[in-house]
Design a protein around this ligand. Structure first.
Ligand code: OAD
Length: 252
């Protein structure tokens, strides 16, 4: 439960902040009908992560990996951005310096209209040639059995996502470092992520170390909750629109 008092406090901080970093994870897309990874019905409750999301798993059975990705692509194509994604678009329009880092590969932030955004784990809507590294939109490939997916030239393709054991997109890493180097991040919102990866934890804690406010929005507080200035135990789509209204009101 989130109290009026908590919303008021975070809303006022948001309205006063000029530099905001937002980090999202699978939870923000849950209300669009896309399963999370570690939740009750999460992917990693039913599937083995190393079989489906590692270079070794792909090398061992690319057809199986593509079968799973084809299912996820179909889910993502049928989904629509939700109130949480849309509220972040509105927030970006109101805040002078805004950066959004998403671990999600579903493209919903982009479809909602977010601009200064990095998909640090890549995109399920792209594939990469294993021979040439050329990137393809999945709209230009045949994502149908028989798997694995191949490029028009007949080469093996792989989803253009970051798997376990791989490093995140360097351009994103550099953009975040520059963002931190330039000035103090006044607020960091961690939305719908368990924050399992060290770089996520580093960015969150860096905000605190430099006197910024760290806020978690998640119905189930994570291990980062203890380091937060405020934890809003709620669904992103339920509380983000109300929070962003504080900013809209203050800038009219
Ligand atoms: P997780 O599945 O680990 O965590 C999802 C989080 O969202 C949980 O903490 C939930 O409590 C929370 N949540 C659920 N519904 C929510 C809602 N409506 N609003 C807000 N929060 C909600 O997903 P991630 O943290 O994104 O990486 O996982 C990080 C990475 O691990 C993924 O990018 C993926 C995965 O393995 C790779 O595949 C490389």
């Amino acid at each position: 439960m989130v109290s009026e008092k908590q919303l008021n406090r975070v809303g006022k901080w948001l309205a006063g902040a000029k530099r905001i970093l937002v980090i999202t994870g699978a939870g923000i897309s849950a209300e669009s009908g896309i399963p999370t990874f570690r939740g009750a019905d999460g992917y990693w409750k039913k599937h083995d992560v190393m079989t489906l999301a590692s270079p070794e798993g792909f090398a061992a059975n690319p057809a199986l990996v593509w079968e799973w990705y084809a299912e996820r692509i179909a889910t993502v194509r049928a989904a629509e951005p939700n109130a949480g994604h849309r509220a972040l678009v509105e927030l970006e329009r109101r805040v002078p310096e805004f950066i959004l880092l998403t671990q999600n590969v579903d493209g919903l932030h982009r479809r909602a209209g977010s601009q200064n955004m990095h998909e640090i784990h890549g995109s399920i809507l792209r594939a990469r040639c294993m021979e040439t590294d050329k990137i393809y939109s999945i709209d230009d490939l045949n994502i149908e059995p028989p798997f694995p997916v191949r490029t028009p030239e007949g080469n093996l393709a792989r989803p253009d996502v970051v798997w376990f054991g791989e490093i995140i997109k360097m351009d994103a890493m550099e953009a975040v470092d520059q963002y931190f180097d330039a000035d103090k991040v006044e607020m960091c919102l961690m939305i719908g992520t368990t924050g399992m990866f060290p770089y996520i934890q580093r960015w969150a804690l860096q905000t605190r170390q430099r006197d910024g406010k760290l806020i978690e929005i998640n119905p189930e507080p994570t291990m980062l909750a203890d380091f937060c200035n405020e934890v809003l135990e709620c669904n992103a789509g339920d509380c983000l629109p109300g929070l962003v209204e504080y900013v809209s009101k203050s800038t009219y």
